[in-house]
Design a protein around this ligand. Structure first.
Ligand code: IMP
Length: 203
């Protein structure tokens, strides 16, 4: 089955291709000739995921899905949350700067509980629907805590700082195989995969 994933983030693509496996051919934005950085101006993860999926559906007419992920830290009242990509001032997807700011904000605080949440928006063609589409959302989360310093070299984003519940190593130390079994994204993707397989609904 072929489906477009509205991203050019190579790390996310690698994770999602591995999760969906050989039953799916996942195409990136580059694969469909889209080089636009779709603005993420929503107030929630769901709104941002929908903005990206809707942009692709409206401009390319293909069934597609998009994800948006946030890291929510309890003692920071859920920050960085929907602003995770631009947490450090005057930056955009600068993981080092974001992690530095997070460690600074947390300081020596002993409550370091946090969770990652992913929302996937899927839009598939539906000729029966008045707007020609069927839109669905799938969510996944993982709880854990923020380490006092960075650990490990694998993964991306905040992975060196996030230690999932039940583990003593960060996502960046555990590596992609373990991360993919337990992560926020893998839980959302499992729901997406189940839906796509049961509805045979790709492009
Ligand atoms: P976005 O979903 O690409 O907008 O990501 C929001 C922010 O969270 C970015 O700074 C990403 O690097 C980070 N991020 C997204 N997914 C993950 C993940 O699985 N692990 C660690 N950081 C992530």
């Amino acid at each position: 089955m072929k489906i477009v994933f509205a991203t050019n983030n190579e790390n996310k693509l690698k994770e999602i291709r591995k999760m969906l496996g050989i039953d799916f051919e996942v195409m990136s934005l580059k694969d469909i000739g889209c080089h636009v950085d779709i603005p993420e101006t929503g107030d929630t993860l769901a709104e941002n995921a929908l903005l990206k999926a809707q942009y692709i559906f409206d401009n390319y007419g293909v069934s597609c899905f998009a994800d948006d992920t946030g890291l929510e830290v309890e003692t920071l009242n859920g920050a960085p949350g929907v602003h995770s990509a631009r947490y450090a001032e005057n930056t955009d997807h600068d993981s080092e700067a974001n992690m530095t700011k997070l460690l600074r904000e947390l300081g020596e605080n002993n409550n370091r509980r946090a969770r990652f949440c992913t929302v996937i928006a899927l839009i598939i063609k539906d000729t029966q629907a008045t707007d020609g589409r069927n839109t669905l959302l799938f969510e996944g989360e993982i709880r854990g805590h923020i380490a006092r310093k960075k650990h490990g070299n694998e993964g991306f984003g905040y992975d060196p700082l996030f230690i999932p519940e039940g583990y003593e190593q960060s996502f960046a130390e555990l590596g992609i195989d373990i991360k993919n079994k337990i992560s926020h994204r893998s839980k959302a993707v499992a729901k997406l995969s189940k839906y796509l397989k049961s509805n045979n609904s790709c492009i």
